[in-house]
Design a protein around this ligand. Structure first.
Ligand code: ADP
Ligand code: ASP
Ligand code: MG
Length: 402
């Protein structure tokens, strides 16, 4: 007997037929004698449709109400799944995030799971039931519903697996594993049989939405092995995300693209100590995350500082800097939101030379201009024109994987 957490994404529960198929996957494990918790996402495009409904009524809907609204998508899925299972003669019960004991921080739309109080789930399992939990949601200390950010159901699943010491956490989606690049977009993308938490975390943070990045962080912290597999081809082995100890290091494990980025250049700053501190201190105080940073010396003993922020923070970042123009004394601000970040990730690159040169050669061959570069021990990112991004990913992928 094993204790298994299974998570099914939106496309896996999009309609009645798919819910029945997923119920079949759950039933098979349940009948084999396992204890099953299934975490579900909202059906298909439900979350996007709910956002659209709110935007028909307000340009700036209150965040609290948005979380109440969006959490309803997952409630529909879990109730329907419990209905389908009961109809097959299997005992099942649906639980909302709150009923499942999921406590979060009080940040609407991007709450962090702080605690899973698992007694209700455990009691239902002890009663022989299949427990179906609404993903992506929890409850904050004010007794309000919160959501975990887009793609957050993965994190619900890993958090429950960690808190209740499940034997396995399986994330079922619409592709049968983690690939070297998005298999829907890049021809020749290859499935990885395994990947380390660190590499997966970089890939997820750099644009590969196959796993929510916080789910990977949580898996790493609590040692939960995560398997990514397809609900459409059950039985086909997926990708295992786990610690590095038992794994051979590949040089490069994947290529990712992130179009949710914008570049800001602050030009004509004084070339004196403390300037970078003052610029980024203002940005940080506005609660904005900065990613790639580039500093260059301009003419007349001035310097320019360029950096990237998420697209949705561009206006706020510019407004912050404009408010401080007299203190920061720059000459101009330039912005560009038609950019994308293309990255390669691999734990083996730190011990291999020439990886950056290979990446840049691929971009040169594809005639893609590089605007900015950032590196860490296990990744290299470049900022390119948004219209060049797919070509860049293809060229880089071909260089490393063909
Ligand atoms: P779910 O609704 O099941 O959570 P998501 O849409 O969040 O599914 O994630 C699955 C999608 O992630 C796939 O359909 C695929 O297009 C995309 N994806 C992006 N990069 C990768 C990658 N490196 N490997 C696998 N899938 C990827
Ligand atoms: N339904 C939410 C979303 O679309 C959460 C999830 O699917 O994981 O982002
Ligand atoms: Mg997802």
């Amino acid at each position: 007997m094993a204790f298994i957490v299974k998570k099914f994404g939106g496309s896996s529960v999009a309609d009645a037929e798919r819910i029945r198929r997923v119920a079949g996957i759950i039933a098979e494990d349940y009948r084999a004698g396992h204890k099953i918790i299934a975490v579900l996402s909202a059906q298909g495009d439900t979350t996007d449709e709910l956002i659209e409904k709110a935007s028909e009524l307000s340009g700036k809907p209150p965040k609290r109400e948005m979380d109440v609204l969006l959490s309803s998508g997952e409630r529909i899925s879990v109730a329907l799944m419990a209905i389908a299972l009961e109809n097959m003669g299997l005992p099942a019960i649906s639980l909302t995030g709150r009923q499942a004991g999921i406590s979060t921080s009080a940040d609407y739309s991007s709450a962090k799971i702080e605690r899973v109080e698992g007694s209700r789930i455990l009691r239902e399992l002890d009663n022989g039931r299949i427990v179906i939990v609404a993903g992506f949601q929890g409850m904050d200390k004010y007794d309000d519903v919160t959501t975990l950010g887009r793609g957050g159901s993965d994190t619900t699943a890993v958090a429950i697996a960690a808190a209740l010491h499940a034997d396995k956490c399986q994330i079922y989606t619409d592709v049968d594993g983690v690939y070297t690049a998005d298999p829907r977009k890049v021809e020749g993308a290859r499935k990885l049989s395994e990947i380390t938490y660190d590499e997966m975390l970089e890939l997820a943070s750099l644009g590969a939405q196959v796993l929510h990045n916080r789910s990977v962080q949580m898996g790493k912290r609590y040692g939960v092995e995560i398997e990514v597999l397809s609900s459409f081809t059950p039985g086909v082995p997926g990708t295992i995300v786990k610690g590095a100890a038992t794994m051979e290091k590949t040089k490069i494990s994947g290529v990712a693209k992130d179009t949710n980025t914008a570049r800001i250049a602050v030009m004509g700053l004084a070339d004196t100590p403390g300037i970078a501190f003052r610029v980024f201190n203002e940005i940080a105080r506005a609660g904005i995350n900065v990613d790639i940073i580039l500093q260059s010396i301009g003419r007349d003993k001035t310097k320019d500082i360029s950096f990237t922020v998420p697209k949705e923070d561009l206006q706020a970042a510019v407004a912050t800097l404009e408010k401080k123009k007299s203190e920061l004394q720059y000459s101009a601000i330039d912005t560009n939101d038609a950019v994308a970040k293309v990255s390669i990730v691999g734990a083996g690159m730190m011990s291999a030379s020439g990886i950056a040169a290979m990446m840049f050669e691929a971009l040169y061959d594809a005639e893609v201009n590089i605007n900015m570069i950032a590196t860490s021990e296990i990744k290299i990112s470049v900022l390119v024109r948004e219209t060049d991004a797919d070509r860049a990913v293809d060229a880089i992928h071909r260089k490393f994987f063909e």
